[in-house]
Design a protein around this ligand. Structure first.
Ligand SMILES: [Ca+2]
Length: 325
């Protein structure tokens, strides 16, 4: 049997195969850009676009066979309520964005964008005119800092740094530095990535599958969730935006934005943005940066060193309720 895996729009996948074998199970992992399959006498996981011959199946690691056994006894009724809605998008407006800005945090407030840019020697806090992309105000960080996520909570801007051990809190109106944002969440080494808030607590990611809820005053961790997609942990959670009761999140090096239930950590929706800016450098110019205009219900997205920032509108494509592990 030969299987050829192709990918068409919106992560829809097509399998072409010769031979009479019936595929008993098929699951698609867009984050690994792979397809898993399980047929009457085979089990495997292949990258999209690849070609496999039957003899390759016997070369697959033992763990896939163990996975097959697990799948056979998987309690499908438990998964039945794990529904991930899929969203398409339309581009409403395209705005200029500084192609040197290594976007790590992005928010929208009072008609303007506020951005945290990363990389040592290039890290900054910026106020940006949406229409022109012009930087209206900038606070450059010391070269030793690598800035990360950004959020606005009760008149104060909270900006993370990746490895400096603490972040910065500024007065929103004056950009004046007020005090450090002390990292007290989690355990062990703390290297935060993304930041947002729900009006009560700061919400922080660190590149793992964890999302932490933090008291804005004491900086103590209140609770945490583990992001899961079809009961599997999903890591590399990056830039965040709290939007109408959900956490929207970039997943590092992925073209998908996930929508996470803040109570359970379950992925309840995903937006495929692979067609948004296809001309980018796939290694460096990764999708990162979500901002929301509450007053006009506008959603803005961009990426690291993207020359453009997009206002997009979402529409529901379908609801997946696959028999996925
Ligand atoms: Ca954001």
């Amino acid at each position: 049997m030969t299987i050829i895996v192709a990918e068409v729009n919106n992560n829809q996948s097509i399998l072409f195969f010769s031979g009479p074998q019936w595929l008993d199970s098929l699951w698609h992992d867009p984050f690994a850009k792979s397809l898993g399959f399980w047929c009457s006498d085979c089990i495997g996981k292949v990258k999209l676009g690849s070609q496999l011959n039957q003899q390759d199946f016997h070369m697959l690691p033992v763990k896939y066979y163990l996975w097959a056994i697990l799948l056979a006894f998987w309690p499908w009724t438990v998964i039945a309520d794990s529904v991930v809605s899929r969203y398409g998008f339309s581009v409403e407006h395209v705005y200029p964005h500084d192609p040197k800005a290594f976007t790590q945090g992005l928010i929208f407030e009072n008609g303007r964008l506020y951005e945290s840019t990363g990389l040592k020697g290039h890290s900054s806090l910026r106020e940006i005119d949406l229409e022109t992309g012009n930087v209206l105000r900038i606070k450059n960080l010391a070269p030793k800092h690598f800035a990360e996520g950004l959020t606005l909570y009760k008149g104060k801007l909270y900006q993370l740094t990746w490895k400096s051990g603490e972040g910065f809190i500024y007065d929103f109106d004056s950009f004046k530095y007020l005090e450090p944002f002390v990292y007290r969440y989690g355990e062990g080494r703390r290297k935060p990535w993304g930041l947002t808030n729900d009006g009560k607590e700061l919400i922080l990611s660190d590149g793992s599958s964890m999302i932490y809820f933090i008291d804005p005053t004491t900086h103590e961790e209140i609770r945490s969730i583990i992001v899961t997609r079809y009961s599997r942990e999903l890591s590399k959670i990056n830039e965040l935006e709290y939007i109408r009761g959900e956490i929207f999140a970039n997943v590092w090096q992925s073209d998908l934005i996930i929508r996470v239930d803040p109570t359970t950590g379950k992925v309840i929706g995903e937006i495929d943005l692979s067609e948004l800016y296809p001309d980018r450098d796939p290694n460096e110019q990764v999708l990162n940066g979500i901002a929301y205009d509450r007053d006009r219900d506008r959603l803005f997205v961009t990426g690291k060193k993207w020359p453009k920032l997009f206002e997009i509108k979402l529409y529901e494509l379908s609801t997946l309720n696959q028999r996925e592990p």
